[in-house]
Design a protein around this ligand. Structure first.
Ligand code: HSE
Length: 429
């Protein structure tokens, strides 16, 4: 049996998952890769920390060069996360002719180019399946299985924490704060949950998926991003009354005016398969011009699901089954795409406002929508003879620019107390 030495940068949740899988599935991995994998060194911050996993102290190191400069180590696994020093470590590993596997979405989304270039220049393999949607083989699907297609649209639930929170709000009628607390207690959300709840995590993942699906370099600033913090139980109730479920969706599609990329909460039809993706699960729905619709569903986070993707990448490298040049070629052949401005985006909208309960109010607000060219589908007022009432409007398809102008005017109406929420409706089939 051939032997291969690997080094792991980081021993957090994902690193531990990788160790567990390499250990538990040792025999299968040997058979499938043809190699006996030896973990030569693991970079940690504190050698003495108790990690709740059986690992020999001798293989732990605080010096990255014990891995990056060791010629006997052929594959480096980067699972420390963040842009720096992960980027420098990966570049050094590649320079020293090591193949690299990473789970680092932020790094790929913001600095992917430098890494692809270095991999190509050094002739090493570079894999990153775990960077998006944990255990779901979405990168492989796009880069390999669906590569005969022109991808027309990709829409997904790619953040487990927010999906868990919204599920609790929908099924158990929790408010956002309590649902977030529960997500933190369960270990889904971090102590500082900003990256998940403000949709940065999903934005980075969408940048990677968009880039690979549409063969173009993506600047994360071109992605519209909105988190879930403004969603209230009342919005979930109204959505339900109209046959929708609220999810944080990531969407990329080709339109006549350019590529459209956005991450935001949206109402989706309750009968659509994505609507029943609950708890911390992820799912990605892809429309290819040859394959039609496909959906991938699974765990987007966690030590074993993410470790599953990392170890699969290691095995791919050992098999040499997919030549790295395949990935680099995708990159080299990137072509420029026009990016749609958010103003031109078309959606249906739900607008919830609080207005004074006086004669002519509904008429005036409806007129504002009409004057901006926004056609209304439905209006509903709730309230019990109070001074102010809640009114929700459901619109037909409209440009975001038109909606924004209408909202500005509604805010300035003497009848309006507050514009409380605006949620896009994606009537996906
Ligand atoms: N925090 C992410 C999520 C997992 O909740 O989906 C890692 O990307």
């Amino acid at each position: 049996m051939n032997k291969i030495k690997i080094g792991i940068l980081g021993l957090g949740n994902v690193g531990r998952g990788v160790l567990k899988i390499l250990n538990t599935n040792k025999e299968e991995i040997q058979k499938r890769s043809g190699y006996d994998i030896e973990i030569a060194k693991i970079l940690v911050r504190d050698i003495d920390k108790n990690r709740g996993i059986d690992v020999q102290k001798e293989i732990l190191t605080v010096n990255p060069d014990d891995i990056l400069e060791d010629d006997s180590i052929k594959i480096v696994i980067e699972v420390i996360g963040g842009v720096h020093p992960a980027k420098e470590y990966i570049l050094k590993a590649m320079k020293n002719k090591k193949h690299v596997v990473t789970a680092n979405k932020m790094l790929l989304a913001t600095e992917g180019d430098a890494l692809y270039d270095a991999a190509e220049e050094e002739g090493v393999m570079f894999y990153y399946e775990a960077s998006v949607a944990g255990g779901i083989p979405i990168i492989h699907a796009i880069n390999e299985s669906l590569t005969a297609n022109k991808i027309e649209q990709l829409i997904g639930i790619i953040n487990g924490t927010t999906n868990y929170i919204l599920t609790k709000m929908t099924l158990e009628k929790m408010n956002f704060k309590d649902a977030l607390k529960e997500a933190q207690n369960k270990g889904f959300a971090e102590a500082d949950p900003t990256s998940d709840i403000e949709a940065y995590d999903a934005m980075y993942k969408l940048a990677i998926l968009s880039s690979l699906s549409f063969g173009t370099k993506i600047n994360v600033d071109d992605i519209y991003r909105e988190g879930i913090t403004k969603i209230e139980p009342i919005d979930i109730e109204f959505a339900r009354e109209f046959g929708y479920i609220i999810k944080l969706i990531a969407i990329v599609k080709e339109t006549e005016t350019g590529l459209e990329m956005r991450v935001h909460p949206a109402m989706i039809p309750e009968r659509h398969p994505l609507a029943s993706v609950n708890d911390s699960f992820n799912a990605i729905f892809i429309k290819g011009n040859a394959v039609g619709d496909i959906m991938l569903y699974g765990r987007g986070a966690g030590d074993l699901p993410t470790g599953s993707a990392v170890v699969a990448d290691i095995i791919s490298i050992l098999r040499g089954s997919v030549d790295v040049s395949a990935i680099s070629t995708v990159k080299k052949n990137f072509w420029d795409r026009k990016i749609n401005s958010m103003d031109k985006t078309r959606s249906e909208y739900y607008v919830r406002i609080t207005v004074k309960d006086l004669p002519g109010v509904l008429g005036e607000i409806s007129m504002i929508f009409g004057n901006e060219g926004v056609s209304l589908l439905s209006v509903m007022q709730k309230g019990k003879r109070e001074e102010c009432v809640t009114v929700v409007y459901f619109t037909h398809l409209a440009n975001e620019g038109m909606i924004n102008s209408a909202i500005e005017k509604i805010k300035n109406s003497k009848y309006t107390k507050s514009v409380d929420n605006i949620i896009r409706i994606e009537n996906i089939q």
